[in-house]
Design a protein around this ligand. Structure first.
Ligand code: SF4
Length: 370
């Protein structure tokens, strides 16, 4: 099996850890790559599901134990990756970041404010609440934004000063290269753009580091200019699903924002942030067909928007927790089709200044761009 195939397989099928039953290091719940663990395979850092039902029966397994802290990755051990009991590769874990050992003057651990993603990304959810989350009629069925808050693994609102303080430390102590700021959606017309702008300005006043912000499209697209002026380099506005029926079923609240509104916002954002500096998440496995995902990706690429495609991995405790993830053949074909279109258009994850497309740990797409 080549490396491309292995990455696709691992992200679709997940990975059993040696002490799966006792709770191993990784992220449970929250936004972004929840129920995942970062591992380094042949020099590439990937986020791999470890706490899901699928992972529990995956043919892939790590042979050695890792530590049981919820926040401390294990870098001391060198486990072997096995498939059906056969050793196929040695893997490493990204080093435990030094900034995890610090806390603010009022006693909040830095890891409750921002986390290390992959090996060089600082990721934070600036507002850990969402206007859609608490009502089944509006909540996105895949979302677990309230879980890490309920479990006291984060705080509801990270202040601009806290984010600047943690970012400065993460850059100085751990060589962080870019920042991803996402947000739950507040019930304001700017949809979080205003607060992300404030946070970016505070971070940039303290340390010069590329920042990606992620939010729903604001009602007034002039927010894009203000976000850019505050120091946000790249913008993510996440479609997640693309077929109207799938959007209505999976994310009934967010689906009230039409696809056309998203595409108008994408076009306006590319004018401000530049070709290839705007991206969207597409979660493959929610019900969209291969053709629907490829066609939408094609339309996005023509606009200069990077379609960051990830296999949908259901998070424990969400309404979709028993959904099967997409099979690896589906993902492989999807990556091939979209990778070719990225290549034809000259759109590359390497050229993105900050964010998920640049990081790439949740998707194998960048391996198909060349
Ligand atoms: S791709 Fe995005 S969500 Fe995934 S690890 Fe990287 S920064 Fe985090």
């Amino acid at each position: 099996m080549d490396k491309q195939q292995l990455l696709v397989e691992l992200q679709s099928k997940g990975l059993q850890l040696a002490e799966q039953t006792s709770g191993a290091a990784g992220r449970k719940g929250g936004a972004g790559p929840s129920d995942h663990k970062a591992i380094v395979v042949d020099g590439t850092t990937v986020m791999v599901p470890v706490y899901t039902g699928t992972a529990a029966v995956s043919p892939y397994r790590l042979s050695a134990a890792v530590n049981s802290s919820p926040v401390v990755p294990s870098e001391e051990v060198q486990p072997t990756l096995e498939c059906h009991g056969q050793a196929i590769a040695s893997v490493q874990f990204p080093k435990q970041p030094k900034f995890y050992g610090l806390q603010t003057a009022d006693g909040i651990p830095y890891w409750k404010i921002a986390l290390l993603h992959s090996h060089d990304v600082l990721a934070t959810t600036v507002l850990q609440t969402c206007m859609r989350y608490n009502d089944r009629a509006t909540a996105c069925q895949f979302c677990a934004i309230g879980q890490s808050l309920a479990a006291d693994r984060t705080i509801a609102r990270k202040t601009p000063d806290q984010l600047a303080e943690v970012t400065e430390a993460a850059v100085r102590l751990d060589g962080i290269k870019h920042v991803v700021m996402t947000t739950g959606t507040p019930n304001t017309p700017d949809r979080g753009a205003a607060y992300l702008t404030e946070c970016a300005r505070a971070i940039k006043a303290r340390v010069d580091i590329p920042i990606q912000a992620q939010c729903e499209p604001p009602a007034d697209f002039s927010w894009f200019e203000r976000m850019k002026a505050a120091g946000i380099n790249s913008l993510g506005m996440h479609l997640e699903a693309v077929t109207p029926e799938v959007r209505d079923r999976i994310m009934p609240g967010k689906a009230t924002v039409s696809l056309e509104t998203y595409f108008e916002a994408f076009a306006a954002a590319v004018q401000v942030f530049g070709w290839g500096q705007v991206s969207t998440y597409l979660l493959a496995g929610l019900g969209d067909s291969l053709n629907a995902l490829v066609d939408t990706s094609d339309r996005l690429i023509q606009l200069g928007v990077y379609p960051f495609i990830v296999p949908f991995v259901p998070i424990t405790g969400t309404p979709l927790e028993d959904t099967a993830p997409p099979d690896s053949e589906f993902m492989y074909r999807l990556y091939q089709e979209v990778g070719q279109r990225l290549k034809n258009a000259g759109l590359s994850s390497q050229d993105v200044e900050a964010g998920c497309a640049k990081c790439g740990a949740c998707s194998a797409l960048s391996a198909f761009e060349t």
